[in-house]
Write a protein that binds this ligand. Structure first.
Ligand code: HXC
Length: 510
């Protein structure tokens, strides 16, 4: 008996070495952890239960029958993060470059199926050369099985992708269908086709970093939600993000104990808005002053800075934040910011996370670049996402809420539940000067007259009371009491129930 146990231990140890010590050393030399070391950081100590450790590929072409490596390039199973279950796969670059074979895909599919059946998130640690070239269509079929499951699981359990090495070809499409993508700076890449193919087809010369590094995907393409310095920081940030998410659509998001008082007053907010309406201020300050312990888990920080999105906790409970940022493009809505915000609204609504919207928006960004780029369609994404959301929604207008953007930014009319305004709010069709130049067109060439008309318009509309008179704003609140008022509003909305209309699916303007 004891020799059988020893044999099992020896077999396990051999399997755990993946592609062997030489390749593990090479992985370390690149500043990367191995697939197993990564799971040690991601999961609670000792919580990992591994499946399919001995699974191997079935390929017999190109001499592959002589290269059988237990596990076939991916470590799969489940574990816990701060005690809550999560299904994981971690691709092992030391085995055939982490490439995806038919059996490698089967291992991933097995844990995805368990995740959906048992109602827990999936986190994939990606480090892969794409489809296993020796397997041909069997490998492509394997990818498609994973993609299909990504779509089925969307909105049922949260899915997070962490990109921790090269991800080429098919390896990028599964992450693209998940809810959040985190990357590691300098060691991770995502591209459909690599620099060599790009050179052959388009004659463009581009480095892997320029084509698909973390800077490209967090700033330009918005494929990634955030990037961090190394494997360890990225995995710790993934744990942090996980703590905001419910296990599935059937569960409530986790409420954590907090020592931050729900009725904490923030006098600094009373003086945050500058006297000059053209002066910017930092909306991030409003968010961190409202949030429990000032903690803001910001997503897409380096993309479309005119809107801020992410998660905070209010009295321990997670809340999604959408906030115009006056520091960038005066906080206007454009194509990128509309898409960025719409995506978080959709995620929050899918997973029953309440939404807090902070509004200071002078309107949509005008111009040919925006119109040719389809601002009508992309702006409509945000309008559609909010109009369809049934989770508790609270809105605070801090300053400008002009025109169509007023409607879009979780106004009462598209069914936000509680709408507050600070006394500094200006709710109107447009800014006073622009409005006067249109309605008093004949006086346009007389600056004094127009200034007087603008003052008249401002006196009448640059305040929250016209909207409050109609009930479009529920109450004009003291900025210092925003945290307390918003927490009470969400408390009141805890039991909100809205029946969504029956349909096969909506048709969001994609
Ligand atoms: C089989 C692969 C592989 C693959 C890498 N390897 N990619 N084996 N299939 N797709 C193997 C290499 O042969 C090598 O084995 C080992 O992994 C490490 O690879 P290196 O090239 O030495 O590493 P590195 O220099 O770090 O380069 C990593 C890389 C590069 C950038 C990922 O390997 C690469 O470009 N691979 C091919 C990427 C690609 O075109 N994939 C197919 C995409 S098509 P040895 O034994 O020599 O060490 C696709 C279609 C799916 O995915 C579409 C679905 C929609």
């Amino acid at each position: 008996m004891s020799s059988i146990l020893e044999q099992l231990e020896a077999k396990r140890n051999e399997a755990r070495l993946g592609g062997g010590q030489g390749r593990i050393d090479a992985q370390h030399e690149k500043g990367k952890l191995t697939a197993r070391e990564r799971l040690d950081v991601l999961l609670d100590e000792g919580s990992f239960e591994e499946y399919d450790l001995y699974k191997t590929h079935r390929c017999t072409d190109f001499g592959m029958q002589d290269q059988q490596i237990a596990g076939d390039g991916v470590v799969t199973g489940w574990g816990t993060i701060h005690g809550r279950p999560v299904y994981v796969f971690s691709q092992d670059f030391t085995v055939f470059g982490g490439s995806l074979s038919e059996t490698h895909a089967e291992k991933i599919c097995k844990i995805m199926d368990l995740a959906v059946q048992n109602g827990a998130p999936v986190i994939g640690l990606n480090d892969s050369g794409g489809a296993r070239i020796q397997e041909g269509v069997a490998s492509l079929g394997g990818y498609a099985e994973v993609f299909w499951r990504n779509a089925q699981a969307s909105g049922v359990v949260p899915q997070i992708s962490v990109i921790m090495g090269p991800c080429a070809g098919g390896a990028v499409y599964s992450p693209a269908m998940t809810d959040f993508v985190y990357m590691v700076k300098d060691t991770s890449y995502m591209f459909v086709t690599g620099p060599d193919v790009v050179k052959t087809v388009t004659n463009e010369v581009v480095t892997a970093e320029e084509l698909g590094g973390s800077s490209t995907h967090t700033k330009k393409s918005s494929v990634a939600d955030a990037a961090f310095d190394d494997d360890i920081e990225t995995l710790l940030e993934t744990r942090r993000l996980f703590d905001f998410l419910p296990l599935s659509m059937h569960e409530k998001p986790p409420v954590l104990p907090t020592t931050d008082l729900p009725d904490r007053i923030e006098p600094a907010l009373d003086t945050l808005i500058p006297d000059d309406p053209a002066q910017p201020y930092d909306m991030r300050e409003v968010i961190t002053k409202i949030a429990d312990e000032g903690d803001f888990c910001e997503l897409q920080k380096d993309h479309a800075g005119n809107i801020l999105v992410g998660f905070i906790r209010l009295n321990g409970a997670p809340v999604g934040i959408i906030a115009n940022q006056p520091m960038v493009l005066a906080g206007c809505l454009d194509i990128d910011s509309s898409k960025k915000a719409a995506r978080l609204v959709r995620f929050c609504n899918a997973f029953d996370i309440p939404i807090l919207t902070l509004v200071d928006v002078p309107g949509f960004l005008p111009g040919t670049a925006q119109e040719y780029g389809g601002i009508i369609k992309h702006g409509a994404k945000l309008l559609f996402a909010y109009a369809q959301a049934t989770v508790p929604m609270v809105t605070v207008i801090t300053r400008k809420a002009y025109g169509g953007a007023y409607d879009v930014m979780a106004s009462k009319h598209i069914r936000s539940d509680v709408n507050y305004a600070w006394p500094t709010a200006e709710i109107a069709v447009m800014g006073a000067k622009g409005a006067s130049e249109i309605i008093y067109r004949k006086e346009r060439d007389d600056p004094d007259k127009i200034a007087a008309r603008a003052q008249e318009y401002e006196d009448r509309f640059a305040n929250p009371f016209i909207a409050a008179q109609r009930g479009f704003v529920d109450e004009v609140i003291m900025p210092r009491s925003t945290r307390a008022r918003v927490i009470r509003a969400f408390e009141m909305l805890k039991t909100k129930k809205v029946a969504a209309p029956l349909r096969r699916n909506d048709n969001i303007p994609l």
